[in-house]
Ligand binder design. Structure first.
Ligand code: AMP
Length: 401
């Protein structure tokens, strides 16, 4: 069985075809600058040179058409015709409160994705366009929506309610949703599998540390809490996002600088995080680490603050679950940065017996136990695989249709 996985951003489209018998990625690619001058598609087949198509893509419909042409191209393609695709799995950012799990797309599902445009203004419209483009290009093939928010639907009201007048929850569904759900779901279940913890009771904390970053706590695979909120702005310090701040800062800076709330939100999303803290040096954690190593004080503080915030969330989630069995690190920083993993665990959690084995921790991007044998908590590096999780959900739904 071949599943096409699509991840549509506001001006991009990433795709993979996964052979579900072997779990191999047969090909993958990226359409960039959709709707902007200079659009291009880069198609990658393992063991072959990249195939690049430079052609204007006014919208995601055209992008999907070019993807179809690339995957069936007689020289660069991997399948003879789109009939060899059994289903399409779509990453959808926001499912509101309606979707607690992935679902086969029908008219009601599309209407619900549309209803959530307010909550995911950049992504949901693109996600829906991707679905409709596939319906058009491959009529009759099942499309499955996999929501970034469905993992967070496991939370109880005490975790997802904000202490605001309840009318805003009732009128506008203002609550914590959480994001990176596909990653947290995949990594937390993988952590249970490889650690041998009891799948019904395992207390797991996943630190998804990338350009966007979030932490989740789950018991028996059900989300108890997660650091992102109504939007992906809350929680950890990220590449360019501020994470948690005192909400009164918004009004204070707007008044001082004479800027609007929209301007301020743009600053909090795009100009803050380690980028802002380092005086605009970079949003890339490697550059921040280089800066800190060269003695740049603002980079040092940004890096320390990032790790400190991660540890504070981990600590609070240990309290939320009254314990923890497994901690897992994933995403760009979590998979590559041994120092962050070590410091989060040992600078802040050694009091409770969390111990990292330096030799095991000296690794990048490989699934591995990194804690010492006498650590009270098992700590793992688990590379995330959101595409595989989307494909697995898609396969499960179409097989049980
Ligand atoms: P992601 O959003 O998951 O793709 O992660 C991207 C982030 O991972 C970027 O900020 C990279 O700088 C960071 N990253 C990748 N490799 C390393 C590394 N060796 N050390 C620290 N950060 C890294």
């Amino acid at each position: 069985m071949n599943i096409l996985v699509l991840n549509c951003g506001s001006s991009s489209l990433k795709y993979q075809i996964i052979n579900m018998d072997t779990k191999d990625v047969i090909c993958k690619g990226l359409c960039e600058r959709i709707g902007i001058e200079g659009s291009k598609l880069t198609h990658k087949v393992p063991g072959h040179d990249n195939y690049v198509v430079e052609e204007y893509m006014p919208d995601h419909k055209k992008a999907v058409e070019l993807v179809m042409a690339a995957i069936t191209d007689k020289d660069h393609g991997v399948i003879a015709s789109v009939d060899e695709i059994d289903a399409i799995g779509h990453r959808v950012l926001h499912g509101g409160q309606k979707f607690t799990a992935s679902i086969i797309v029908n008219d009601d599902v599309k209407a619900a994705i549309r209803e959530c445009f307010d909550l995911g203004p950049l992504h949901n419209p693109a996600n829906l366009m991707g679905i409709e483009a596939c319906e058009h290009a491959m009529p009759g093939k099942p499309n499955v929506a996999v929501f970034d928010t469905s993992f967070g639907m496991g939370m109880e009201p005490k975790a997802y309610m904000y202490a605001l007048p309840i009318e805003y929850y009732e009128k506008y569904s203002i609550r914590r949703y959480g994001f990176h759900g596909t990653s947290h779901d995949y990594v937390s279940h993988r952590a249970i599998e490889i650690s041998g913890a009891d799948p019904k009771t395992a207390k797991v904390i996943v630190c998804h540390l990338g350009n966007g970053a979030s932490v989740s706590a789950s018991i028996g695979g059900v989300c108890v809490d997660t650091s992102m909120g109504l939007t992906p702005l809350e929680g950890l310090i990220m590449g360019t996002r501020s994470g948690d701040i005192d909400p009164a800062i918004v009004q204070f800076i707007c008044n001082k600088e004479g800027i609007s709330v929209d301007d301020m939100l743009n600053i909090l999303n795009k100009k803050s995080g380690v980028f802002g803290m380092s005086g605009g040096r970079s949003s890339d954690f490697r550059d921040i680490e280089d800066g800190a190593a060269e003695g740049d004080e603002s980079c040092k503080v940004a890096l320390e603050a990032f790790r400190y915030r991660v540890a504070k969330y981990v600590g609070s989630y240990i309290a939320a679950m009254n314990g923890v069995d497994v901690i897992a690190f994933t995403a760009g920083v979590g998979e590559n940065d041994a120092t962050t993993r070590k410091l989060v665990c040992e600078q802040y959690l050694s009091y409770m017996g969390v111990k990292i084995d330096d030799e095991r921790n000296n690794v990048r991007g490989q699934e591995r136990l990194i804690s010492a044998d006498d650590s009270t908590v098992k700590v793992y590096l688990i590379p995330t695989n959101e595409e595989l999780k989307i494909a697995l959900d898609t396969q499960m739904l179409i097989e049980n249709k």
